[in-house]
Design a protein around this ligand. Structure first.
Ligand SMILES: [Zn+2]
Length: 246
């Protein structure tokens, strides 16, 4: 049942929804790069007049990147959590767990969702705070070297590019974290005792995860999933076969 090509590449079936989030976050940095010349000029003016540009820089980063991204991070966590909730229940059903009544998703836990959103926002803010610090350092260093505004702006764009790449990794990883947390929550609600690791197998296989593929763990004692940045693995519910009664 997990042998189709699509499932092998992307066990969570979240690929398109991860990509939409990645491209939104990436776009924030691409647009922000357009401000590099202006930031360089304003910072130079401030430094020439013996002032500081730090607060202004933090405000611009906040308005253009951090705030719109924070909203997207909250929405993405919610979407991935919901998808994991629905798929988690489907996987329980597919594992043949017998439960009377309906076997749809059990109600999600708002506290778990809130914690996932917080963690996604914290990861995001870490990226933009770090970017603001690196931009500030590169402006100061460029100014000390007596470089032209042209070069200062170029250094700023380089720093933005570094953060843009981090944001793509973050978007993939956090989407999977929300999805997996929600699926595991469903397993627990249906009293699933064991889970099995399922690795994404394609040209970009999770290399760190290959040794884990197919391994089974007690639900309370398995490696974190995602295991590493950009991990696309998922956990499957496992029910040990019970010997038939005589
Ligand atoms: Zn993995």
């Amino acid at each position: 049942m997990f042998r189709s090509r699509e499932l092998a590449r992307d066990p969570s079936l979240m690929s398109s929804r991860r990509k939409a989030y990645e491209s939104f976050m990436s776009g924030l940095f691409r647009r922000f790069k357009g401000s590099a010349g202006q930031i360089a000029q304003e910072a130079r003016n401030a430094l020439t007049n013996g002032g500081t540009f730090s607060d202004q820089l933090v405000r611009v980063v906040d308005q253009q990147v951090t705030q719109p991204g924070t909203q997207a991070a909250m929405n993405q966590a919610q979407m991935a959590y919901k998808a994991g909730t629905i798929r988690g229940a489907d996987l329980v059903k597919a594992a043949g767990i017998k439960i009377t009544g309906s076997l749809g998703p059990l109600p999600p836990n708002p506290a778990v969702l809130a914690a996932i959103q917080e963690s996604n926002i914290a990861a995001w803010e870490g990226i933009t705070d770090d970017m603001a610090k690196r931009i500030k350092a590169s402006i100061i260093s460029s100014s000390l070297k007596g470089e032209s505004i042209y070069y200062t702006a170029r250094h700023i764009r380089e720093q933005v590019e570094i953060s843009r790449k981090y944001s793509i990794t973050m978007a993939r990883t956090e989407t999977m974290r929300a999805y997996n947390a929600a699926a595991e929550e469903q397993f627990r609600k249906y009293n699933v005792p064991m889970v099995e690791w399922l690795t994404a197998y394609d040209e970009r296989t999770c290399e760190k995860c290959i040794p884990l593929n197919g391994k089974q763990y007690p639900i309370d004692d398995h490696p974190d999933c995602p295991l590493h940045a950009r991990c696309r693995c998922i956990l499957l519910p496992v029910v040990p076969e019970v010997p038939e009664e005589k």
